[in-house]
Design a protein around this ligand. Structure first.
Ligand code: IVH
Length: 725
């Protein structure tokens, strides 16, 4: 059986991705416990960061699969390429977690024990703690020199973050110049960038109208907004910032100069200097007061207007913080008291089946509307047939082995704005006449047979049942059209989900090619689009112009837009690069499907593309209706040939490079693409023609051979240093 961790992200099927996200969440959580709570790391930093990066990459490819306990909602993603790197003056730490009241009492008692001698010596001494909301956003560090904002960075891996100064400058809560004059000559003010619920909803509504991407939650959206290449986009997102901490704080001669003697006063200072600080901060020495404040904040959680995921307690006196010190990456003197996932009880009124672009039949729970943590929940995901039957992805029983029936009273859970889930059934309340749910074996949209394919890799039945109707299935056709025009595909302005659904229902478009003949047909038609409610002469002209503007799409976008199963953006780019033109891709793929068995030899081995993708491409091109649809489309659009911008003046231009061992900062295909962009040739094996071997940990025979042949061997880090010159 294939080992999931070995499969490149771009080749994972949805089921594999789901299983892999579960494995990663588990592995990362275990590593976190070993690191933070047991103070005994089990993984190297590089291994840990590789797990996190893989998790994020899978989540980006499958946003719908983001788990409630996703590790990416915690800290620690390594900085990605694209922005300049910034080394923090003082590392940006994470926090240990408390879940129960006792954990908080333990934390306070640990402090009392640590300072027992001081407390015994000075009866007046009070060990005070602050309590404030834990904002569910992204931390940023803002460097001010002589009161002027000079650089801002993301947390990154805590030591090195990304320079996002220009984007941070667009946030109104971040002053360009500090007010007052009692600030240190150099200070890194730290805090959380976040997005309000109102802004998130506004963006979502706008996106639904214009056919843009689906935003998962305010935190991810804030993260995406902060990492835009164009600060104008960040500016349009109305991000906000709460200041709650600092890194370096020095006077003009480089001596430490903390903002104030205590945490509480330091935050007051931030306010004086023009920052926005959270008003829900208190200071007390009593555990009961801390817990009471936690409950107060928990009660207000739904109406705050932004996401928080707990309360942070910090020892107030900075001199004592320094003495109490740190464990690994977290301070001993602070702790995050997390909120439990929010749950509510309601009734499952129906199970509907939705048909996706690739024909997947996805069951959706319709619920009696119920408020979970301030949000009204009416639907919950049910994933697939087995999930209803109580079987998890790996065959394990879920919900204590109880199936779901219409009429059941169920417990719904929502965590951090992820799609709500049904986590349990109240069996006592099951109606006497409730019957097991019969998952349809026919597609509800077109009536075609719906089947569960045998997964060749695992030898098990696919957990997803799929409609076999393909192009005759209206649900698949509409979803395909939506995919075709979506932002990351052809990106046609003004043609969003709503318009596609409407045009399909009105018979204006059925296949992608129809989009491009819309203007000509509309001119001849008596039922003109401009007369349809919601449209007008101007908006119709704009729409037609936007369609015409996309008649020469980039090849990779075009291939992605075709909606071939398992061909995501990364794979589409690999295919575009390999074949150069759509005609060549079509010729080779069709040729391979007609070759009678030896398709694998005709369809080239492409690094980064595995068997799943290959057979999916074959399946697409062995269907005449798909070829017809593609050819009709190619009469209307001319995808641009793929051009690789090769830089001739890099230090590796003209060199032959081999990568071996495990790479930690880039995937194999990224490494190849990068080297080729820099004008190098990438080979699969070491020979006397090899100039450089880039060897990661675990390098074996290639390394040995390179040493025998006296070929230059460098590490991945040295590779980056070299190409950065
Ligand atoms: S203090 C050394 N205070 O939580 C102390 N962090 O789990 C470091 N966060 O990376 C952070 N609200 O992104 C602190 N009021 C708050 C916070 C907060 C949110 C985030 C921050 C940090 C993470 C640690």
């Amino acid at each position: 059986m294939t080992n999931l961790p070995d499969i490149p992200v771009e080749q994972l099927t949805e089921d594999e991705a789901r299983a892999e996200l579960a494995r990663l969440a588990d592995a990362i959580a275990r590593a976190d416990v070993a690191y933070h709570q047991k103070d005994a790391p089990e993984l190297t930093d590089a291994e840990y960061d590789a797990l996190r990066r893989r998790n994020v990459a899978i989540e980006e490819r499958f946003p719908a699969l983001v788990r409630m306990d996703s590790p990416s909602t915690a800290v620690g993603a390594a900085p990605s390429e694209g922005f300049a790197k910034v080394r923090h003056g003082v590392p940006m730490l994470s926090l240990g977690n408390a879940f129960a009241d006792e954990d908080v009492a333990d934390f306070v008692n640990r402090g009392r024990k640590f300072f027992a001698q001081d407390l015994a010596r000075d009866p007046e001494m009070r060990l005070c703690f602050t309590a404030e909301p834990k904002i569910d956003g992204l931390s940023a560090s803002l460097r001010y020199e002589n009161g002027v904002f000079v650089r801002g960075a993301t947390r990154g891996d805590g030591t090195v973050g990304e320079d996002i100064t220009e984007n941070l400058k667009t946030i109104a809560d971040i002053p360009e110049k500090l007010a007052g004059s009692d600030w240190p000559a150099v200070i890194e003010v730290r805090g959380e960038v976040y997005m309000t619920h109102a802004e998130f909803q506004r963006l979502k509504a706008h996106s639904a109208k214009y056919g843009g991407q689906d935003y998962v939650n305010p935190r991810n959206t804030a993260a995406g907004s902060l990492r835009q290449k164009d600060p104008k986009i960040t500016a349009s997102r109305n991000l906000k910032f709460y200041a709650y901490g600092w890194g370096i704080a020095e006077d003009g001669s480089g001596n430490p100069q903390p903002p104030a003697p205590t945490q509480f006063e330091a935050v007051q200072k931030f306010k004086d200097w023009g920052f926005v600080t959270n008003s829900l901060m208190i200071r007390t020495e009593k555990v009961e007061d801390l817990l009471a404040h936690y409950r107060r904040i928990e009660e207000q959680r739904a109406t705050l207007g932004y996401d928080i995921d707990g309360v942070v307690y910090k020892l107030d006196r900075l001199d004592l913080q320094q003495r109490w010190g740190f464990v690994a990456r977290a301070p001993r003197w602070a702790i995050a008291h997390k909120f439990p996932a929010e749950q509510a009880t309601t009734v499952l009124t129906a199970i509907d089946i939705q048909v996706g672009r690739t024909g997947a039949l996805t069951p959706v729970a319709r619920l009696q509307p119920v408020t979970v943590g301030g949000v009204v929940v009416e639907n919950a995901t049910l994933h697939n047939e087995d999930y209803i039957k109580r079987i998890g992805n790996s065959g394990e029983p879920i919900r204590n082995g109880v199936d779901l029936r219409v009429g059941d009273t169920v417990i719904v859970q929502r965590a951090g704005d992820v799609i709500p889930q049904i986590v349990d059934v109240v069996l006592d309340k099951r109606p006497a006449d409730a019957v097991p749910f019969e998952f349809p074996h026919q597609c509800p949209a077109c009536g075609s047979e719906a089947v569960r394919e045998l997964n060749e890799k695992t030898g098990k039945l696919d957990s997803v049942r799929r409609c076999t109707g393909e192009l005759i299935c209206p649900a698949q056709a509409v979803e395909n059209l939506k995919h075709f025009v979506a932002r990351d595909a052809l990106d046609i302005d003004g043609l969003g989900d709503k318009q596609v659904t409407q045009f399909y229902a009105e018979g204006r478009i059925a296949r992608p090619a129809d989009i491009f003949t819309l203007r000509a047909r509309d001119e001849r038609s008596v039922k003109k689009l401009k007369d349809v409610e919601g449209f007008g002469a101007v908006s119709v002209r704009k729409l037609f112009d936007a369609i015409d503007a996309r008649r020469e799409p980039e090849l990779d976008r075009f291939i992605y837009a075709l909606g071939i199963r398992h061909v995501g953006e990364t794979t589409a780019a690999l295919l575009a690069k390999e074949f150069g033109t759509i005609e060549e891709f079509r010729r080779v793929a069709v040729g391979a499907t007609h070759s009678g068995g030896d398709a694998a030899t005709i369809f080239p081995q492409i690094s980064g593309i595995g068997d799943t993708v290959r057979s999916s491409i074959m399946a697409f091109f062995s269907n005449d209706r798909n070829i017809q649809a593609l050819d009709d489309l190619l009469r209307e659009v001319q995808p641009r040939p793929y051009v690789v911008n090769v830089s001739a003046d890099s230090v590796v231009a003209g060199k032959t490079v081999v990568f071996t061992g495990s790479l930690e900062k880039m995937t194999r295909s990224e490494a190849k693409a990068m080297a080729e962009r820099l004008g190098a040739k990438v080979a699969g094996s070491v020979s006397s023609a090899t100039d450089i071997l880039v060897a990661g940990p675990g390098a074996g025979s290639k390394l040995k051979k390179a040493e025998e042949l006296d070929i230059e061997v460098i590490s991945e880090d040295e590779w980056f240093e070299r190409v950065a010159k």
